[in-house]
Design a binder for this molecule. Structure first.
Ligand SMILES: Nc1ncnc2c1ncn2[C@@H]1O[C@H](COP(=O)(O)OP(=O)(O)O)[C@@H](O)[C@H]1O
Ligand SMILES: [Mg+2]
Length: 202
């Protein structure tokens, strides 16, 4: 007998609308029935390599993330075991020595840009949604977020997008949409889709 835990992947490029969709879906499913797990918690500690804004470390390449650990955690949740989610600090590029405990729930909403590109992650997903949004829109949304919420400089944001975000998107993220159960436009009203998915999952 399985534990009845299902993992639903929400993917798409940075700025596509993944987190917006994932939060709305989780909220529709409720806290007793679901929880969000973020790929971003699984960044590998980069403090030893980081030089400056938009330089050196490629945070958009799959090797920046601890996918083996994420795969292990998904396997544990599926057999009804709790996990210790790593805590990553975006300002210092370090993984904390602390972690946040997560209990399994009937639905785990997994939010991440690269989850569908990973052979070790895809088999764990019961279903997946890819949010497809044009590059110019994604850039614009990301630019605003990094400026206002992450205290970044305009030049650093532009340089990182051009050198890392765009090439890694084109190489890993865009092709991975072929694995999605459903592709949705990131410029539409998500509400009817949230309702439909929430219904199909409960
Ligand atoms: N369907 C949508 N229509 C319009 N704007 C959206 C939509 N989804 C998200 N956004 C906006 O786009 C920005 C990035 O969304 P977010 O969910 O954080 O993207 P991601 O997690 O994929 O990087 C946010 O400001 C959000 O409000
Ligand atoms: Mg996000």
């Amino acid at each position: 007998m399985g534990s009845g835990v299902r993992i639903i992947g929400i993917s798409g490029g940075s700025g596509s609308g993944k987190t917006t969709f994932a939060r709305a879906l989780q909220s529709a499913l409720g806290d007793a029935g679901s929880v969000i797990l973020a790929q971003d918690s699984y960044y590998i500690d980069q403090s030893a390599h980081f030089k400056g804004d938009g330089e050196n470390v490629n945070f958009d390449h799959p090797s920046a993330l601890d996918f083996p650990l994420l795969a292990e955690h998904l396997a544990l949740l599926k057999v009804g075991q709790p996990i210790r989610v790593p805590i990553y600090n975006f300002a210092s590029h370090t993984r904390s020595r602390q972690y946040s405990p997560m209990e399994p729930r009937p639905i785990i909403v997994l939010d991440g840009t690269l989850i569908l590109s990973q052979d070790a992650i895809r088999p764990h997903l019961a279903a997946s949604i890819f949010i497809e949004t044009p590059e110019a829109v994604r850039f614009d949304r990301r630019f605003r977020r990094d400026l206002t919420e992450r205290g970044r400089q305009p030049e650093g944001i532009r340089k990182q997008f051009e050198r890392q975000v765009k090439p890694m998107h084109d190489l890993f993220i865009e092709p991975s949409k072929a694995h999605a159960t459903e592709i949705l436009s990131g410029e539409t009203d998500f509400r009817p889709h949230i309702e439909r998915w929430a219904r199909s999952l409960t």
